[in-house]
Structures are given as structure tokens and as C-alpha cells.
Design a protein around this ligand. Structure first.
Ligand code: ADP
Length: 381
């Protein structure tokens, strides 16, 4: 086609479009957009639903027009959505509008999928309307999860092999103070049989020396713990609820007994936390795996991971309804090499403590009266 012909056929198209009016043209554009697009009003009522959205959600336009947008969301994101919308309408502060977030969407068959949602606002005849652009990120998330799984495996592998090397070096180093402690205590036992005036000062001296040696042994162990949990710290601003969900997927919650149910309860509108996500993810994975192991004999095993505000910090709780923490376990819980498991190394909680404290937070454990254990740690925002 010559340039002249092309130009006249374009003119013709423009003329036909304007004759047809804008409505059919807009409808055609709207339905052919390759991204799912939904228009809602301020109360969340769906006004328009394009073809890609029909395919993505498994609803026809007629099924959803006039319904509340909540039919497309999971219960957890419903709560968030209402708050985002009302907080935006009241304060004008955007949390999702124009920013974009990954949320869980619900299809017609009740299955869920992660989607990236961006919302923009417009005004039509004095009505405020919102357009949601939705992209299914199931594949992206699966790829991300795969990479993360590999990272966790690699981190565990390199840590364990380093621990092996360190453990033999440490066994050698620990031998010295432990032998010295045994010698001082034996000497004290022998001396105490003598007359008190001469024996007591000597016993005191021997016990003093034994105590110093045990502090030295403790320092050697602490060095190992710091070494094991050391790593490059890269602080970034992170959404804690996403990190919790990722850690749960990576924990591969499987059990010899009944598979535990895992519930996430995050206060809405939590601020982002300033953390090294890989390190804090490791803390969450350790706590969740411990919870799974403590639930092996339970008939209705439940793990609840929650996040809430504590002062200006965000507090994360990992709660289970397992056998809980007996007083003797409680005493040495965060100390390295204390384990009640035949296969346990007793390093997990001590590593968690080092990581949380290096982030400026605190970690604690509680035995719950109604059964089970609760581990809580705080993170700076
Ligand atoms: P490990 O898991 O290798 O034993 P940890 O330092 O992670 O090492 O845990 C130390 C000990 O703390 C465990 O052996 C167990 O006795 C106790 N523990 C940890 N988490 C829980 C929990 N959720 N419920 C009951 N006991 C727990």
C-alpha cells in the first residue's frame, strides 16, 4: 500500500470511530487489553470486568457485575482491601493505589492465586472510580520460591559443613578448660577433707579457678555460635507478612504424624521492617520447623504465625499447640548444644537469638498454660 493510500485509510478509520461514538471503541479496547482489568466504585461494586479477567477468574462478566469485589479475594485480603479503601478515602494516603502489591485472589472455583494488583483512580460524572490492573504471578512466585529453596539448602549445607570443621576444632579447644575444671574440682574434693582453716581458702581458690575455666569454655562455644550465624548483613525495607508466607512455604511443613495447619495472622497496615530478609527468614524457618517437630504426636496440630505492633517495633510470634516447654528445657533453651532430640544439634535457637539481637531486636520463649510454646521476637521498623 502506498503512503498516500495508508494515510487515507487511517483517515477513514478515524472518521468511522468518531461516527460510531466512543462507547463501542472503548468497549473493544477494554475487552482486548491483555491484562485483567476491573473497575469498581467507592463501595467496591464491580462495574466493569474485561475478557482477560473472565479468563483469569473463571467468571463471566454477568456473574460479577454489580457484585462486591470481595468475591474475587481471599478472606485475609478482604480485610486489608476494606481498610486500604476506607483509609484512602478518609486520609488520601495511598497504600495500594498507584503503588501495586501482591495479594491473594480467589477464582470462581474457590482456588486461590497470587496476583500483582495496581489500582488507579479516576473521576466520572462526579463519581470516584477505581481501576484494578491484575497480573497472575503464580509462575513468578514459584520460580522465586525455587530459588529461595535452593538458597536455604545451600546456606544449611555450607553451615553444616563449616559446623563440622568447627566442631572438631572446638572439641580440641574445649578439652583444655574442661580438663582443668575436672582437675580443680577433684583437688577441691580432696582438700575439703582436711581441717577447715587451711582447707576452706584452698577450696575457694580451686572453685574460683574452675569457674574461670568454665567461663572460658563458654566463650569458645559462643565463638562457634557467632561464626555459624555470621553472614553478610544487608538491611532492606521488607513487608513482614510476605516474608512470613515465604518462610512457611520454605519450611515444607510436613510431619511424621498429622500435617499441621498453619495460620497467618498479621495486623493490617503494619509498617515495613528494616532487616536482612535472608537472615530473618532463617529465624522464622527454624522456629516453624521446631514447632512442626513439637507437634508430631498431636491429633489437631496447629501453628499460628502472627505479626503485630509492640511500641515502635513489629513483633512476630510463632505459636504451636504441641508439648510445650518444660522448666528444665526452658533454662537452657537459647544455649548452644542443648537439644531434647536424638538428631538435634541444639544450635537453631541460639542462632536465632544471635540473628535477632544483631538486628537490634529481642527473642523470648513462653510455655503456654493452655498448651504449646510461643516464640516471639521483635524487629525494628
Ligand atoms: P534442636 O532443634 O536441634 O534441638 P534448637 O536450638 O532449635 O535445637 O532447640 C533446642 C530445644 O528447644 C529443642 O531440642 C526442644 O527441646 C526445645 N524446643 C524448641 N522449640 C520448641 C517448641 N516449639 N516446642 C517445644 N520445645 C521446643
Amino acid at each position: 500500500m502506498s503512503e498516500k493510500d495508508q494515510s487515507s485509510s487511517a483517515q477513514e478509520l478515524i472518521r468511522r470511530f468518531s461516527e460510531a461514538g466512543k462507547e463501542p471503541l472503548l468497549k473493544a479496547v477494554f475487552s482486548s487489553i491483555p491484562e485483567a482489568m476491573i473497575i469498581i466504585d467507592v463501595s467496591g461494586t464491580i462495574l466493569l470486568f474485561n475478557r482477560t479477567a473472565e479468563e483469569m477468574f473463571g467468571y463471566s462478566t454477568d456473574d460479577v457485575i454489580g457484585k462486591n469485589v470481595s468475591v474475587l479475594m481471599t478472606d485475609a485480603d478482604n480485610v486489608h482491601h476494606d481498610r486500604y479503601l476506607s483509609s484512602y478515602l478518609n486520609t488520601g494516603k495511598a497504600q495500594i493505589i498507584g503503588i501495586g502489591r501482591v495479594v491473594q485472589a480467589r477464582r470462581a472455583d474457590a482456588s486461590t492465586m497470587p496476583v500483582h494488583l495496581t489500582v488507579s483512580e479516576m473521576a466520572l460524572d462526579g463519581h470516584r472510580l477505581f481501576t484494578g490492573y491484575i497480573r497472575d504471578v503464580t509462575k513468578e512466585q514459584a520460580a522465586h520460591l525455587k530459588i529461595s529453596e535452593m538458597q536455604v539448602e545451600l546456606a544449611n549445607f555450607s553451615r553444616l559443613s563449616t559446623v563440622g570443621t568447627m566442631a572438631s576444632a572446638m572439641a580440641h579447644e574445649l578439652n583444655q578448660p574442661l580438663t582443668a575444671i575436672a582437675n580443680y574440682l577433684e583437688a577441691a574434693r580432696d582438700i575439703i577433707e582436711g581441717p577447715p582453716e587451711t582447707a576452706y581458702p584452698l577450696v575457694q581458690e580451686a572453685l574460683d579457678a574452675a569457674a574461670k575455666q568454665s567461663i572460658r569454655a563458654g566463650q569458645i562455644v559462643r565463638r562457634l555460635r557467632d561464626f555459624v550465624s555470621r553472614g553478610e548483613f544487608e538491611l532492606s525495607s521488607v513487608q513482614i507478612d510476605s516474608l512470613i508466607r515465604e518462610a512457611i512455604s520454605l519450611s515444607k511443613v510436613e510431619s511424621k504424624g498429622v500435617k499441621p495447619r498453619v495460620v497467618v495472622e498479621c495486623e493490617p497496615d503494619l509498617p515495613d521492617v528494616m532487616i536482612d530478609p535472608l537472615q530473618i527468614r532463617q529465624v522464622l524457618i527454624n522456629l516453624i520447623r521446631n514447632a512442626v517437630e513439637a507437634l508430631e504426636d498431636e491429633s489437631a496440630p496447629l501453628i499460628t504465625v502472627s505479626a503485630s505492633m509492640e511500641g515502635s517495633d513489629v513483633r512476630v510470634d510463632v505459636r504451636d499447640n504441641g508439648h510445650g516447654l518444660p522448666a528444665d528445657v526452658m533454662k537452657t533453651l537459647f544455649e548452644p548444644f542443648h537439644s531434647s532430640k536424638s538428631h538435634g544439634m541444639g544450635l537453631g535457637l541460639s542462632i536465632c537469638q544471635t540473628i535477632v539481637e544483631t538486628h537490634g531486636g529481642k527473642i523470648k520463649a513462653e510455655h503456654c498454660e493452655e498448651g504449646g510454646a510461643r516464640f516471639s521476637f521483635t524487629l525494628k521498623t
